[in-house]
Design a binder for this molecule. Structure first.
Ligand SMILES: *Cc1c(COP(=O)(O)O)cnc(C)c1O
Length: 426
């Protein structure tokens, strides 16, 4: 059969014919991604190969269960992608066990709680105002409602995790599980130290690596996998895969993890996303990806420094990862307003609490910036300097329509040189 006779899936023309209203949104979102500056630390541009799996007919298949042990017939083909994906994950991360089925990072975390704890158990996790995620004990999240989550934070003097406090709290509260990992922590985590504390109090060591797993995959920062009982993460942040989640664990926890994901918290896996995870895991094993991961950190260090040169302050003095937390109080503008002004100027980033923030979480004194997406576009240190200047101008002048427009057009000039998903040259 000729390739053209096969139907692979994504057919944008049929969407345009059948539903021009939705097609128009897909196109304008692509334009936004192409032209604006994407500094949201949890976002990236996944490859066309990954996008192809996600729009494929694998989406149609029900596959409750695991390869070789499904509750539905006709799983021979989708079994192959999951088997390949699991193998690639184990090899890439040196993990004993991998589960590729979680629908998202939050789903992966629900499964971790389900595998290792019972409602009412005590869990120790990073405080939300210091960078922890919703699933680390927020009162409006299942974690805070169903578990006794005790929080540790960062030290006020250096804004780094307070391991003495973590150990004291662990000894005092005897948690079932200790979580390390955060959504807004720019430094590295000392996994060896956390392991020691877990051993001292007999706690499960859980690392929520959602943000930084891509840097681990690219061998740019140390891996939590040798230390942790279980590592959960998203596949769409620095890792650059499809939207979804994944869990790695020691072999002794394999059955508990698998049972927690299915039938514990999910029904059928999204096999198109599982295929996308397999594809990105292959990409991650290349020297090009390792080069990318290294460059993401170099760019972020440069951007944090350049923002400091513009008069702002990088929390904890800079960054060792793909994200930087910037205290913008010196500008006289709060995080909420800065976020809005940057948005109007074509810069996509988010307001973020800084440790010991005097402002409320809805207002904040900071912004969070990340370099995963712009590094995928091919930007480097020269562009970081330009971007820092544009952010500073947007924060100062972005409420002025004409100045915001001027910044936006400079952003478009910049992103035009680093095009993602280039337009077909016909
Ligand atoms: C992003 C993130 C999650 C949640 O991922 P979703 O895919 O949005 O559900 C969980 N934990 C941490 C630390 C994260 O940064």
């Amino acid at each position: 059969m000729a390739r053209s006779e096969k139907y692979y899936g994504p057919d944008f023309n049929s969407l345009e014919r059948q539903d021009p209203e939705i097609a128009a949104v897909v196109i304008s979102e692509l334009e936004r991604q192409r032209h604006d500056l994407q500094l949201i630390a949890s976002e990236n541009f996944t490859s066309s190969a990954v996008l192809a799996t996600m729009g494929s007919t694998l989406s149609n298949k029900y596959a409750e269960g695991y390869p070789g042990k499904r509750y539905y017939g006709g799983c021979e083909e989708v079994d192959k992608v999951e088997v390949i994906g699991i193998q690639r994950a184990k090899e890439l991360f040196g993990a004993e066990h991998a589960n590729l089925q979680p629908h998202s990072g939050a789903s992966a975390n629900v499964a971790v709680y389900q595998a290792f704890t019972k409602p009412g158990d005590t869990v120790l996790a990073m405080s939300l105002p210091h960078g922890g995620h919703l699933t680390h004990g927020s009162k409006v999240n299942f974690s805070g409602k169903w578990f006794n989550v005790v929080s540790y934070g960062v030290r006020q003097d250096n804004e780094l995790i307070d391991y003495d406090q973590l150990r004291d709290l662990a000894i005092e509260h005897k948690p079932k599980m200790i979580c390390s990992g955060a959504t807004a922590y720019p430094s590295l985590i000392d996994f060896e130290k956390v392991r020691q504390i877990c051993d001292e109090v007999g706690a499960i060591m859980w690392v929520d690596a959602a943000h930084f797993i891509g840097l681990v995959a690219g061998k740019a920062i140390p891996s939590p996998v040798p230390y942790a009982d279980v590592v959960s993460f998203t596949t769409h942040k620095v890792l650059r895969g499809p939207r979804g989640g994944m869990i790695l664990s020691k072999e002794k926890h394999a059955a508990a993890v698998d049972k927690a994901v299915f039938p514990g918290i999910q029904g059928g896996p999204i096999m198109s996303a599982v295929a996308g995870k397999a594809v990105v895991l292959k990409e991650c094993a290349t020297p090009a990806y390792q080069e990318y991961a290294k460059k993401v950190i170099e760019n972020c260090k440069a951007l944090a420094n350049d923002l400091q040169s513009e008069g702002m302050r990088a929390v904890s003095g800079g960054t060792q990862t793909h994200l930087a937390l910037i205290d913008i109080r010196s500008t006289g503008v709060n995080g909420k307003v800065a976020d809005e002004r940057c948005g109007k100027s074509g810069i996509s980033l988010n307001k973020n609490s800084i440790p010991f923030d005097p402002e409320s979480p809805a207002v904040t004194s900071g912004i969070r910036v990340g370099t995963a997406a712009i590094t995928t576009q091919g930007m480097g240190k020269d562009e970081m300097k330009v971007i820092a200047g544009l952010i500073a101008r947007a924060i100062k002048d972005g409420d002025d329509e004409s100045k915001a427009k001027e910044i936006k057009s400079e952003i478009h000039q910049l992103t035009k040189k680093f095009s993602v998903y280039p337009e077909p040259s016909v």
